[in-house]
Design a protein around this ligand. Structure first.
Ligand code: FAD
Length: 318
């Protein structure tokens, strides 16, 4: 059996892009996707609209320890290259007022469709329902073995099995196991870009309200990160782009403590958060005092004077 030049494990956004790129460079390519369809997770991105990229792409926007790697990737395939890539596939896009770029259809399905059409045009072999369980080095390449017992060999393997953010859509973290089998060191993953659960019921009272704010996160009295964007009150806590942007360090801090420890320290996870309303007076939490008010646009409500932002955060959610 002739080995493939490239076997791509995972048919999400990354796997499809990798397969298309390899095939355009004349490699023979096999994509193994464990779900019955490609790009299941891609369909839910950007609340179903798929936020493809941003008008201002810069490595500093990535909350990653690997800034050099990010810069290298964006240097090779940055905003213009990506826009050109999708333009050639026939996808029309637009930027919203904050610079986020979406397909004009506002449907993530359009992004998936053009990628699938390109896979088809390039006659890339796609094996659906094929969950790779092991990869082992063999002469001149690697053998990948599926749960069904079937095996294929490839000269190169591209592992695009995603993270563990959405098991129901395939992203269940098994890619880490495959990577570890190769001797890669896996840092314990923690949720990132997540909404925050707040114990106090005041968020519930404001459920559905959305405001534009600057949020500063703090951990044990130290200011960590400030982000400007939307803050959305939800049934369980706080969400919106500003909250998602400041959630990473909080998630790491929460994950690194024992549950008992967490409860004690959780009270002070964000003791000095300052929220400044973009629209004057819409939301105002006074830092350093015991008086915290929520005013004007939302109205002053009974009990809101006791807003204790994040004070009782006890866990995080996806
Ligand atoms: C709610 C939500 C909204 C998001 N919105 C955006 C957004 O608007 N814009 C954005 O850029 N990003 C967004 N993201 C992040 C987005 O999901 C990623 O950018 C993108 O999906 C990552 O693609 P991926 O191919 O790396 O992983 P995935 O999309 O997770 O694809 C991995 C694929 O590998 C398959 N797989 C896993 N293990 C195996 C195996 N052993 N064998 C075979 N196949 C396997 C899985 O079934 C899956 O199809 C969002 C994420 C979430 C959770």
């Amino acid at each position: 059996m002739t080995p493939y030049d490239v076997i791509v494990i995972g048919g999400g956004a990354a796997g499809m892009m990798a397969a298309i790129t390899a095939k355009r460079r004349r490699a023979s390519v096999l994509v193994c996707e464990k779900m019955p369809k490609l790009g299941k997770k891609l369909l839910i991105t950007g609340a179903g609209r798929c936020n493809l990229l941003n008008e201002t792409l810069d490595p500093s926007f990535y909350n990653s320890g690997g800034q050099v790697l990010v810069a290298s990737v964006l240097g090779q395939f940055g905003k213009d290259a990506m826009l050109q890539f999708f333009k050639e596939l026939g996808l029309a896009v637009y930027a919203d007022e904050t610079g986020r770029i979406f397909p004009v259809t506002n449907q993530a399905a359009s992004v998936l469709k053009v990628l699938e059409m390109e896979l088809e045009r390039l006659k890339i072999v796609v094996d659906l329902g094929c969950e790779i369980q092991s990869v082992r080095p063999v002469k001149n390449g690697f053998e990948v073995r599926a749960r069904s017992g079937e095996a294929e060999t490839g000269r190169k393997i591209i592992l695009c099995a995603g993270g563990k953010s959405y098991p129901a859509l395939g992203a269940d973290g098994n890619g880490y196991t495959l990577a570890a089998a190769f001797g890669h060191k896996i840092l314990e993953p923690v949720p990132s870009t997540v909404a925050l659960v707040v114990k106090d019921p005041w968020c519930h009272a404001l459920q559905g309200q959305k405001v534009r704010v600057s949020v500063t996160s703090g951990i044990q009295g130290k200011e960590i990160r400030t982000a400007t964007g939307e803050l959305l009150f939800t049934q369980y806590g706080l969400s919106g782009t500003a909250i998602l942007d400041v959630s990473d360090e909080i998630s790491v801090a929460v994950a690194s403590r024992e549950p008992q420890d967490l409860r004690q320290r959780g009270r002070g996870v964000l003791p000095d958060s300052q929220w400044h309303a973009a629209h004057d007076g819409l939301v105002h939490l006074e830092s350093g005092t015991r008086r915290r008010h929520l005013r004007s646009g939302l109205g002053e409500r009974e009990g809101l004077g006791h807003l204790a932002a994040f004070r009782s955060m006890k866990r995080w959610s996806r």
